[in-house]
Write a protein that binds this ligand. Structure first.
Ligand SMILES: [Zn+2]
Length: 192
């Protein structure tokens, strides 16, 4: 995406307009593009489509409707055709998941410098929307976790057995897996 000629034009234009180093400008644009792709992928995974998806993408990324439509089309084209339609997750829950995943992705990136650390500090990903407690997770485990979109890392005691299964317990955190059907029920089970 960064090699796109229109991106190169905007890098040059922005660098000239702001007096910033073109390399810094390019890095910032790249980061923004990655974040937008991440948001669209999460919402697609949560089962959003069409107008509602577009509206959420515009709200969460700040893209205009034409840009949002193009990005959605590009990401949808990469989706495996699935035999059964994905049941739609609760809208508020999906937005919440997008936000805390995004926050944790950004935290992890900030902790990754020259060399990959062995441990990351992330925020608890439990169902409590107000929980902001940190937990420490092995870097390899975090990478594994991010490939499984239904799995989350929560602090011991923050599991919600009614809506998720415990996959594995570690000292300091627990990996839980939410099932599609429990995701749909979360709105009723969740006391908030
Ligand atoms: Zn928590």
């Amino acid at each position: 995406m960064a090699s796109d000629s229109s991106d190169r034009d905007s890098v040059a234009w922005l660098a000239a307009a702001t007096g910033d180093d073109p390399a810094d400008v390019a890095a910032d644009l790249e980061k923004g593009a990655r974040r937008r792709v991440f948001v669209v992928d999460e919402l697609l995974d949560a089962g959003f489509r069409d107008g509602e998806l577009q509206e959420l993408v515009i709200r969460l990324t700040g893209l205009d409707s034409g840009q949002a439509r193009d990005l959605i089309r590009a990401r949808e084209a990469l989706l495996e055709p699935s035999p059964a339609p994905v049941p739609r997750r609760d809208r508020r829950l999906a937005e919440n998941e997008v936000r805390f995943r995004q926050a944790n992705e950004e935290r992890v990136r900030a902790q990754t410098g020259e060399s990959l650390p062995e441990w990351f500090e992330i925020l608890c990903e439990c169902a409590d929307r107000d929980c902001r407690q940190p937990l420490t997770i092995a870097a390899a485990e975090y990478a594994w976790l991010r490939e499984r979109r239904s799995c989350f890392a929560v602090l011991p005691g923050h599991e919600a057995p009614a809506v998720e299964d415990v996959v594995e317990r570690f000292p300091g955190y627990v990996i839980v897996e939410k099932h599609v059907e429990t995701r749909l029920e979360l709105e009723d089970v969740d006391p908030k």
